[in-house]
Design a protein around this ligand. Structure first.
Ligand code: FMN
Length: 321
């Protein structure tokens, strides 16, 4: 099985990716959150700079519906030494969709096909695509698959939900099965992998899957990849509870230190860290009271006190729970 880290805007920054890779490691690919400015802003540029992605196979992601913009960014990324670029056809956010980008582009299939025609003809890099299965209706998927059949897609990553579903409900595994039948290109499954059991359930229904992308599951439990690997092969041992806690602490500290170095002032740093706690709190049993204190912290020293209390007093969720 190959494992990819999902792109998550504001969360899987280069600071997150490099520290996660150092503390846990083992992802086959790391996708950057989307780049949407033809002239990359400093956040976007820092995210893809080669010196911020050492020792990882990183795939930059682009969000646009303009071929010219995509090609201009791809050219710049080729200059940084990248070989692969990913197109975002999955973002469900209202502002993105309203501008016909992300999952919104799926709603205008003719324009999408013209766009793909041009970028596949001219792009200096290999192109992978991350897609949803349509905007509003399941019957949008079959025509989209017909479009995807026409292009030499390096890899199609499928999050089998409609745009209108956001992250609600359960992924439509039958839509992924349709893609297995229809397409020759490599496929990657993405969606709701949060434990070895959830992966097993998906693989039982879709046994041909050999590549999965994981997002929220890693934010909730940064040690998840090791658990998945340990569950599927006896050659990977699970760390003890003490070891898991020690690595998590180290990961958290290095992430915080990294943001303090990159960002100006405690407010911005804490904003980033608090965002992460929305997910990371799932690693602990009964964390609410402690997370509340973390959220209330207004400077780094208050924040550290609140986090230390949580690490000291809350037990880690037992594995697989
Ligand atoms: C806060 C947040 C930010 C995201 N940002 C991106 C993004 O920049 N590009 C992208 O393709 N998907 C983005 N996604 C979608 C994830 O990559 C992934 O497809 C989704 O979370 C489902 O996978 P999961 O169940 O493993 O989390 C984002 C999701 C969330 C919740």
């Amino acid at each position: 099985m190959k494992y990819y880290l999902a792109p998550m805007e504001g969360l899987t920054t280069y600071n997150f990716r490099t520290n996660w890779n150092r503390c846990y490691g083992g992802m086959d690919k790391y996708f950057t959150p989307f780049i949407s400015n033809r002239h990359m802003n400093s956040r976007e540029r820092n995210d893809v700079l080669p010196e911020h992605n050492v020792g990882m196979y990183t795939v930059p992601q682009i969000l646009t519906n303009k071929a010219e913009e995509f090609l201009s960014l791809a050219e710049q990324l080729a200059g940084y030494g990248y070989h692969e670029v990913n197109l975002n056809l999955g973002c469900p956010s209202g502002t993105v969709v309203a501008r016909n980008r992300g999952a919104g582009f799926l709603g205008t299939p003719r324009e999408l096909e013209n766009f793909l025609d041009e970028i596949f003809e001219k792009c200096p890099l290999e192109i992978s695509i991350k897609t949803r299965i349509g905007m509003d209706y399941m019957d949008e998927w079959a025509p989209l698959l017909k479009i995807y059949q026409k292009f030499p897609i390096k890899e199609l990553i499928i999050h089998p939900r409609l745009q209108k579903e956001g992250y609600k409900g359960t992924p439509h595994l039958e839509a992924f099965a349709e893609a297995v039948e229809a397409l020759q290109c490599p496929l990657c499954y993405n969606g709701d992998i949060t434990s070895p059991e959830s992966l097993t359930q998906i693989l039982t229904k879709l046994p041909s899957i050999d590549t999965v992308m994981i997002g929220r599951g890693i934010l909730q439990n940064p040690g998840l990849l090791q658990e998945l690997k340990a569950a599927s092969t006896e050659s990977v041992a699970l760390p003890s509870c003490e070891e898991r806690l020690a690595v998590l602490k180290e990961f958290h500290t290095s992430l915080l230190t990294g943001y303090q170095e990159i960002m100006s002032g405690d407010t911005n740093t804490l904003y980033k860290m608090k965002d992460l706690w929305t997910f990371l709190s799932h690693s602990f049993e009964s964390p609410d009271k402690y997370v509340k204190k973390i959220r209330k912290a207004t400077d780094a020293s208050d924040y550290k006190l609140a986090v230390n209390a949580l690490f000291r007093e809350c037990a880690l969720q037992s594995e697989n729970s």
